[in-house]
Design a protein around this ligand. Structure first.
Ligand code: THU
Length: 152
């Protein structure tokens, strides 16, 4: 892990690009599989090369076996060779209604931390293409533990 990794700031994601990601997350929300909680979540993960991976939550009759939308998106991307990310849009709510922002759970914050620069990665919580809030991963997971701690 390169020196100063945790201090790197990326370029801000332009508003037009954010709205595009929100559109993709909105489409993905229809595919959420949440028969147990009824709480549907979708994510759209922007890679540094411009590729976008979407993900939704996928629940299971054995409840802990379910997976969150954000991790679905990260695991899809990493399994296809992407490891550098600029931001993620997250949206969802009961029955797929997006009246409130849907913040990422603690496990998803840690999974994002594995690949993303805390100050250079944007977590975008969206209710619609016109209503979203942008946070750095650092704001949502301060003083975090990441792969560089395991170096030598
Ligand atoms: N969920 C996500 O997909 N992402 C989060 O960060 C919060 C929670 C899902 C998991 C579960 O399927 C449902 O929302 C209720 O917890």
């Amino acid at each position: 892990m390169k020196e100063g990794f945790e201090k790197d700031r990326g370029e801000a994601i332009p508003d037009a690009r954010i709205r595009e990601l929100i559109g993709k997350a909105e489409e993905q929300l229809r595919l959420a599989y949440a028969p147990y909680s009824g709480f549907c979540v979708a994510a759209a993960l922007l890679c540094e090369d411009g590729t976008v991976y979407t993900g939704c939550n996928v629940e299971n009759a054995s409840y802990p076996a379910g997976n969150c939308a954000e991790r679905t998106a990260v695991f899809k991307a990493v399994s296809e060779g992407r490891r550098e990310f600029s931001g993620i849009v997250i949206m969802g709510g009961p029955g797929g209604r997006t009246g409130s922002y849907c913040p990422p759970c603690g496990i998803c914050r840690q999974v994002l931390r594995e690949f993303c620069r805390p100050l250079g990665f944007s977590v975008i919580l969206a209710r619609s293409a016109e209503d979203y809030r942008v946070f750095s991963l650092e704001e949502l997971l301060p003083e975090s533990f990441g792969p560089e701690f395991l170096d030598g």
